[in-house]
Ligand binder design. Structure first.
Ligand SMILES: [Zn+2]
Ligand SMILES: [Zn+2]
Length: 122
């Protein structure tokens, strides 16, 4: 494969930033993967290349896999009962806590994270 031109390099950079943002915002990996038409393996590479915390990514991947093989079941949002939910790692992203999750819809999940950030800022 030829080296990307300067312009192509820039386009990749913008795309990669979007990918990292989405992962950080807890978008489900299969969703991000479909959105950018990239394999989850490639997403991991990009995420790592930008020095992001691998643990967070691994925690999400563990949940995705556990759901696929029936070890974990997606539940409705704890706040509003919406069935479109993401896993929230309420104990953090350490390996032993990978499958310790609560379920929230995007809106309430974002709310929890922004409240957490505010608390950490103090
Ligand atoms: Zn909700
Ligand atoms: Zn969360």
């Amino acid at each position: 494969m030829a080296r990307p031109t300067k312009k192509e390099g820039l386009i990749f950079k913008i795309r990669d930033r979007k990918i990292i943002k989405m992962i950080d915002k807890n978008y489900p990996l299969p969703y991000v993967s479909t959105f950018f038409n990239l394999s989850t393996g490639r997403l991991v590479q990009i995420y790592k290349a930008y020095g992001q915390k691998e643990e967070k990514y691994a925690a999400q991947a563990a949940v995705t896999n556990a759901i696929k093989c029936g070890k974990l079941k997606r539940k409705v949002c704890e706040v509003c009962g919406s069935s479109k939910t993401d896993a929230h790692h309420y104990l953090g992203y350490k390996k032993k806590n990978w499958l310790k999750v609560k379920w929230f819809c995007r809106k309430h999940h974002n709310k929890i994270h922004s409240e957490k950030e505010k608390a950490e800022d103090k």
